[in-house]
Design a protein around this ligand. Structure first.
Ligand code: MUC
Ligand code: MG
Length: 373
């Protein structure tokens, strides 16, 4: 096979409406903004990827606009002319010229994997060593901000067999109000569903010590990122005392963070996100650290659209133990698609076909319609 070179790297900002406002502690989403990567290669193959965050700069330290600027000005020129099939060399070069920027790098790594998969006729999961499953359990986030509406939404998801695991976004309201909200939802759903919470760092340690006990005693299965990522001592103490397991999310901003969290014993579950690590290959390095440390795994999301969701899914399909399932529901939060065939959700799972690359094609009309001008 002749060598294919990277000819062009494009980043397109796309704004898509959501099915309802999505309330997180730090931000209420009225829409989602995706950064779609297109990498054109000299053999005519195009790889697609996605670099997506939540709420501009409210969640992570890259915004859609900064990702596009950094890709256009720094990352794309460094890649042009490189061997498109040597993903190691390409990502090492990006690590050399750009510190951090894991969201942008994740979109690029995904697009290079998609291109190589298409070139070789292999799904990305097979490029990553081979899948050990074809589908993934998918949780749904209840985040309407209203207890009765959240219960009705959960009942509907159970009824249509789309989700039986629910994550509740809390932290912004007074503590007792949030606790009442969670307990009411858990009581309504009972043993028919797993109920978990994500505090997005909004409690201090004193609140978390109390709240984790109350939630654990009321049947909540998992507590995600209760306190600030910077309070490592507090995370270690909570991990020892909470009756419900503690999951690290924002605490992991890199593979190195994952290592030091594991070394400190600061969480018993890791939320894996391609964006926080620098791509589908990078996230597996975090997964391997967790596995070696006896930390359980959960397939997280930055609420990506279909491209980023499938890039994550291909990586997660290669993991033997995914004890806590995934939350790869991003496309279902959006009212519009930018790929020709939407990912398939049925029987509580996301089903990932064995088509080459990520297995997706961009819908050019939809992309043009929603691309930011
Ligand atoms: C987060 O913090 O986990 C994941 C699901 C959701 O609703 O928000 C995200 C972000
Ligand atoms: Mg989270």
């Amino acid at each position: 096979m002749t060598q294919a070179l990277i000819e062009r790297v494009q980043a397109v900002i796309v704004d898509l409406p959501t099915i309802r406002p999505h309330k997180l502690a730090m931000h209420t989403m009225q829409r989602q903004t995706l950064v779609i990567l297109r990498i054109t290669c000299s053999d005519g193959v195009e790889g697609i990827g996605e670099a997506t965050t939540i709420g501009g700069l409210a969640y992570g330290n890259e915004s859609p606009e900064s990702m596009k600027t950094n890709i256009d000005i720094h990352l794309a020129p460094a890649l042009v002319g490189m061997d498109a099939g040597n993903i190691n060399a390409a990502m090492l070069k990006l690590d050399k010229i750009a510190k951090g920027n894991t969201f942008a790098k994740s979109g690029i790594e995904s697009a290079l994997l998609d291109a190589q998969g298409k070139r070789l006729g292999l799904p990305v999961s097979e490029l990553l060593g081979g899948r050990v499953r074809d589908s993934l359990e998918v949780a749904w986030t209840l985040a309407s901000g209203n207890t009765a509406q959240d219960i009705a939404e959960a009942e509907q998801m159970l009824e249509i067999r789309r989700h039986r695991v629910f994550k509740l976004k809390i932290g912004a309201n007074p503590l007792e109000q949030d606790l009442r909200h969670v307990i009411a939802i858990k009581r309504a759903l009972g043993d028919r569903a797993s109920v978990r919470v994500d505090v997005n760092q909004y409690w201090d340690e004193s609140q978390a010590l109390y709240a984790c006990r109350v939630l654990g005693e009321n049947g909540v299965d998992l507590i995600e990122q209760p306190i600030a990522r910077t309070n490592r001592g507090g995370q270690v103490r909570l991990n020892q005392r909470s009756p419900a397991p503690i999951m690290a999310d924002e605490s992991i901003e890199s593979v190195e963070d994952a290592f030091s969290l594991a070394a400190d014993g600061a969480a018993s579950i890791f939320a894996l996100k391609i964006a926080k690590n620098g791509g589908p290959r990078a996230v597996l390095r975090t997964a391997h650290i967790a596995q070696a440390a006896g930390i359980a795994l959960y397939g997280g999301t930055m609420l990506e659209g279909s491209v980023g969701t499938l890039a994550s899914a291909h990586a997660f399909l290669t993991l033997n133990q995914l004890t806590w399932g995934t939350e790869l529901f991003g496309p279902l939060l959006l009212t519009e698609e930018i790929v020709t065939q939407a990912p398939e959700y049925r029987d509580f799972q996301l089903h990932v076909p064995r088509t080459p690359g990520l297995g997706l094609r961009l819908d050019e009309q939809q992309l043009a319609r929603f691309a930011r001008r």
